[in-house]
Design a protein around this ligand. Structure first.
Ligand code: GCB
Length: 592
């Protein structure tokens, strides 16, 4: 699915703003059949949870309704009219006037609905979007809905970040021609000083395809014809970490002089390859420095915000980070486009976080029930996961910033059934994208001895909290075990290894001369201890601190108004550790 854009043949209208809002408990059975009787208005894009003061809304479990009126431009007659939701978390049903026009499951990938018949050009319609926040054993991410003694529904889940929901990304109304370009895939290579561009254009009907490659100044540097082909860019400028360069593939669907459709797809020319225990970008070993992040800010929840986007990337640059992981779900497309333009490397993760009943099972790492079984995470869970991988790769395949897919965070890779669950997913991801390496982030309970899936992947990403959750306050002992642990992974699998999470909760303003957990000095010294170990392991290819910034979680005795492992506070103020990371990463500069 192409991102909607305004092109010579396509129009685009943004539907962000204030929408009427109500929860299902406050409206009748079919609220989409009339204007909602509500005083509430919700901002789009934003999660709805923190907008209102009413706890019944914040803690609501089930469907909510967003509604507004929309006018379809008169000039769109003869065109296809589409609604596009950049995300609706976690499931949506869309109504135009009284009619259900489409639905979608999965909270972090976009979907599009053809409303040409339901909303003809020139008409004004009532648009109602029902959004469901419920997580079950067959959703990605998973969860469980329970009932309290007095019949209130509650949502439990196996990840710590707050289950923000609603329309947290933009909504669009757009038009495309009926004879149209459906999709574009660009895969690049390098040969000598030339860029090789393999492209594939899917169309809705057979017509001639014309392509041109434009450089950053708009000059044509290659052209060709046909729905698939290979072009060569002489004297190519590569997309490099820290030195982005983008070309446009301008695609036209034509019949002689008639242009049916036209769309420009940005891309960068770069290669990614795992060789031995290295990750090579453009043939050069790359060392990741950066963070696991979250889409999380006060009031907006997971709502996309361009100001935070710009500021977060400024802070990444300030601290010397060259990369981040989209923990634990695909981020707004604007984020990836920004990374493309600014040369930041991305590990693109699915929303498959919490496929692990052992995380609740105490220190053994084995839950009250097996994680993978017909009653727990089963074939239906896996097909939801499959569908999600399809949608993620379809959305993000053309981003040069994305160098690796992470298909799960902390699954129970130590349990029986993990291999049967993951092998088909790995196969699918490789079929959908043979060009990028695959990884998953391994949980503490998964050890080099008991992990059952790491050999299926290309890169080992390890989440570890030695010195925080274990050996709390004892960095000397932690250092010993961390080193043993990481060397164990490197030895058993012989693959490149990176730390995908390490971190310590820190309350800004807490200070201590001793190794005192929660103090700013402890976070700094904990990270330094980790770095000493990483620097002793030759197979090490990167470090992503957990987390870039403090973020909101569900309530819990481990959390003080959220997870405090941020190197920046939730409002992006640096803690002490930020300055020492800045020193280290500025000197590493993408190399070890
Ligand atoms: C983890 C999870 C991450 C949590 C983190 C923590 O292992 O992957 O989502 O936020 O630990 O701070 O507990």
């Amino acid at each position: 699915m192409l991102k909607p854009r305004s092109t010579p043949t396509r129009d685009l209208i943004n539907l962000d703003g204030l929408w009427l809002f109500a929860t299902d408990s406050s409206v009748g059975g079919s609220p989409w059949t009339a204007m909602l009787e509500t005083q509430l208005e919700a901002a789009v894009p934003a999660s709805y949870n923190d907008l209102f003061t009413d706890p019944a809304i914040r803690n609501h479990v089930g469907w909510v309704f967003y509604q507004r009126r929309v006018r379809i431009p008169r000039g769109w007659s003869g065109e296809r009219v589409l609604l596009r939701f950049d995300a609706a978390t976690h499931a949506a049903r869309v109504y135009v006037d009284d009619v259900l026009v489409g639905s979608h499951v999965g909270g972090y990938t976009p979907f599009e609905i053809d409303i040409t018949d339901a909303a003809p050009a020139g008409s004004e319609v009532r648009l109602t979007v029902a959004v469901d926040n419920q997580l079950t054993n067959v959703t990605i991410p998973p969860g469980t809905v329970t009932e309290t003694h007095d019949g209130r529904r509650q949502q439990q889940y196996l990840h710590d970040f707050y289950n923000y929901a609603g329309l947290a990304r933009s909504v669009w109304l757009h038009s495309t021609p009926t004879t149209r370009i459906e999709d574009i895939t660009v895969i690049t290579d390098v040969s000598g000083g030339d860029g090789i561009v393999r492209y594939d254009v899917e169309t809705s009907a057979s017509a001639d395809v014309r392509v041109r490659v434009l450089d950053a100044h708009g000059a044509v540097v290659a052209e060709g014809a046909g729905a698939t082909g290979e072009l060569s860019i002489p004297g190519v400028t590569l997309w490099q970490p820290g030195a982005a360069y983008l070309y446009d593939l301008e695609v036209e669907l034509v019949d002689g002089d008639t242009v049916f459709d036209s769309y420009a797809q940005a891309f960068g020319v770069r290669t990614v390859e795992v060789r031995g225990t290295e990750l090579l970008i453009n043939g050069e070993p790359f060392y990741f420095t950066g963070f696991g992040k979250h889409e999380d800010t006060a009031v907006r929840g997971k709502g996309h915000d361009d100001a935070y986007l710009v500021h977060d990337f400024q802070l990444l640059e300030w601290i010397g980070a060259n990369s981040f992981r989209t923990s634990h779900y695909p981020y707004a497309e604007e984020v990836l486009e920004f990374a493309d333009r600014h040369g930041i490397v991305v590990v693109d993760e699915t929303a498959a976080v919490g496929l692990n009943l052992g995380v609740q099972g105490g220190l053994t790492g084995v839950g009250p029930k097996p994680t993978f079984s017909p009653e727990t995470f089963n074939d239906e869970t896996r097909s939801a996961h499959e569908q999600h991988i399809r949608e993620l790769i379809a959305r993000d395949k053309n981003h040069p910033s994305v160098v690796m897919w992470s298909i799960a965070n902390e699954p129970a890779s130590n349990e029986d059934g993990a291999r049967e669950y993951f092998a088909p997913l790995v196969e699918l991801a490789r079929e959908l994208d043979p060009t990028r390496p695959l990884t998953y982030a391994a949980v503490m309970f998964a050890t080099p001895q008991n992990d059952q899936i790491a050999d299926l992947f290309d890169i080992l990403s390890i989440n570890r909290y030695w010195g925080w959750y274990v050996f709390t306050g004892d960095l000397e002992t932690a250092e010993h075990y961390l080193e043993q642990d990481l060397r164990g992974w490197a030895q058993r699998f012989g693959k490149p290894i990176m730390m995908s999470e390490y971190g310590a909760d820190t309350m800004p303003g807490q200070h201590s001369v001793w190794d005192m957990p929660w103090s700013e000095e402890y976070q700094r010294d904990y990270l330094a201890m980790n770095h000493r170990v990483f620097d002793r392991i030759p197979e090490f290819i990167g470090e992503h601190v957990w987390n870039f910034a403090d973020f909101q979680t569900s309530a819990g005795i481990h959390r003080v108004d959220g997870n405090r492992k941020g190197v920046f506070t939730r409002d992006r103020k640096p803690k002490t550790a930020a300055f020492s990371l800045r020193e280290r990463w500025s000197s590493l500069d993408g190399r070890k």
